[in-house]
Structures are given as C-alpha cells and as structure tokens.
Write a protein that binds this ligand. Sequence first.
Ligand code: AMP
Ligand code: MG
Length: 314
Amino acid sequence: MPLITHDIGLCAAQLRDGHLVAMPTETVYGLAADARQESAVRQVFALKGRPSSNPLIVHLHAGEQASQWAAEITPQAQRLMAAFWPGPLTLVLPARDDVLRCVTAGQNSVALRVPAHPMAQALLRAFGGGLVAPSANRYMSISPTSAEHVAKQFADSELTILDGGPCQVGLESSIVSLLPGDSPRLLRRGMLGRMRLQEVLGEALEERAGDVRAPGQHQRHYAPTTPAQGFVQAPAGALDSQAHGWIWCGSAHLSQGPAINLGADPEQYAAGFYAALYQLDALGLQRIYIQVPPHQEAWAAVHDRLVRACHSLT
Ligand code: AMP
Ligand code: MG
C-alpha cells in the first residue's frame, strides 16, 4: 500500500537512495525520481507503463540551476524564466551532454520547470538536484490532482506520496520549445496562455508540429475508463438516465444521474476537472457527458484535455 506523508526529509532521503516519491505541484502530482540516476529514471517509466520514447521534464527549485542542464539559455528563455518561474511553464532547451539520455528520450534537448507549489519547492530544496516528475498516473489515464488520486493509481505499490493537498492549477504545464534553428513553439497548452507567453517572448509562438517529439499527444490521454462525451446541447433523453454522469460549466440542467458543476470560470474549472473525472469514473456509469466550454482563448487548455478525455465530441 502507498504511504501518504507530510515528511519532506523522508521523501528527500528516499529520492537520494534512488526511490520514487510522488510529489505535489501546482499543476498535477508528479512521480519524482533523481534525474541523475539512470536506474531511478527507468523505474519511473516502468511504474507508469510509459514508453521510453516519451521524454521527462526535469524539475528544479530555482532558475539558477537551469545552466546545470541546458547548454544554452538564450535571452528569450531568460525572459520567460524571469516572468513565469516558479510557475506552470516548461521550457525545452538544448541539453548539456551530461544530461541522461533516458530523461530526454535520446534527444539533445531537455525540458525544465521550476514548480511554484511550496511543498514541491521545499522538497526540491531539501533534495538539492533535479527531479524528473511526469504526472503520477498510469500511462494514458487521468492525471492526479490530489494525494488520494495518486494512491488510487498505484494502490498495489509501496510508493511514498508527499501530500500537498489539491493542486491549484489542475492541468499540466504549458510547454514552450526554444531550440536553435527553430521558431519558438507551444508544444502543449496549459493554463498559462499563449497570449501572455507571446507578450513576454516578443514573438509569435507557433503551435506544436515541427520535428520535436510532442508531449502527451497520444489521442486518448487523460481519459477516464468510462466512455466520456462532450456536448453543447444535452442529448435528448440522456438526462433521464441514472447511468449517466454530468460535468457542467455554468448553468446545469436537472439530471437523474450524478452531476458536478465546475462553473464558468476557466481557472476554477481547470482546478477541478480531473477530480471530477476521478469522482464520476469511480461510479461505474455508462457514460460521462461533459458540457463543452466556450471557444475562447482562456479555455484553450481545458479544450485540449477535454478532447483527449472524450471518445467523441458532439
Ligand atoms: P509530463 O507527461 O507532464 O511529464 O510531460 C512531459 C512532456 O514534456 C513529455 O510528454 C514530453 O513530450 C515533453 N518533453 C519533455 N522533454 C522534452 C524534450 N526534450 N523535447 C520536447 N518535449 C519534451
Ligand atoms: Mg502525464
């Protein structure tokens, strides 16, 4: 059974010994391991069931540590770091030769982030070095936003979980790639929006594509086991069945089945989205219906996750 703890010293010691620890961040809980110990990094891939072709983000306690991992930190990178670290922004930069290639999935670029969650900060400071920390869930299932979600994902393991309460942001970080010879790219949408990033960059951010391996872009990702479906108009008759669960954004209709209203504020919605999926997924429903939020920039990251959580969008 996993151990849920508040003991940062214990967690730092376990990480130094090459064990895995689940840690809270402001985005989602991460499955952390020492990014300099190859055997520890391999355990992360094994426990998650994640293919080794999917690179990991190295988490640091301060931006000053970035030069221990990145071969080059351009003025653009410095501007983004100064504006948004600590926070939900990951930067992909040219990697130093001494960065383990199992971390970067064989590429000569490395992804770096300084999380803002006070317990992630405290753990990183106590540990001292960089921690890989992909979301603490089995490959392709819902990202955890509480210690209990992590315990559910790894119920049959002895994993130590540092409990930092519910995550405040609730969706994975925005990922920006800044590599020589390529234009700045937004590899993954997060709650830190494209407009704010572009303002600080002083340049347009192209979306994804390019030849960089894209993160979490498997089509069915972040998905509950119950079939989920997005809707604009509630499908006729569906509200009458107790076997249907509902996630609303704003005004909810009366339904026979369980319903969660995450509200019309994108930030509040994002913070509660994965928890709502966990909650409804545990009920053995036939289907989860998710009201599609407005098509506006502030909802872009939510839309991205919604498409991946759903088998179909109507
Ligand atoms: P997560 O699944 O939240 O740990 O996010 C990790 C994601 O960051 C991966 O799926 C990667 O595709 C992306 N990432 C990490 N390192 C790199 C890299 N060197 N180049 C491009 N993307 C990266
Ligand atoms: Mg993930």
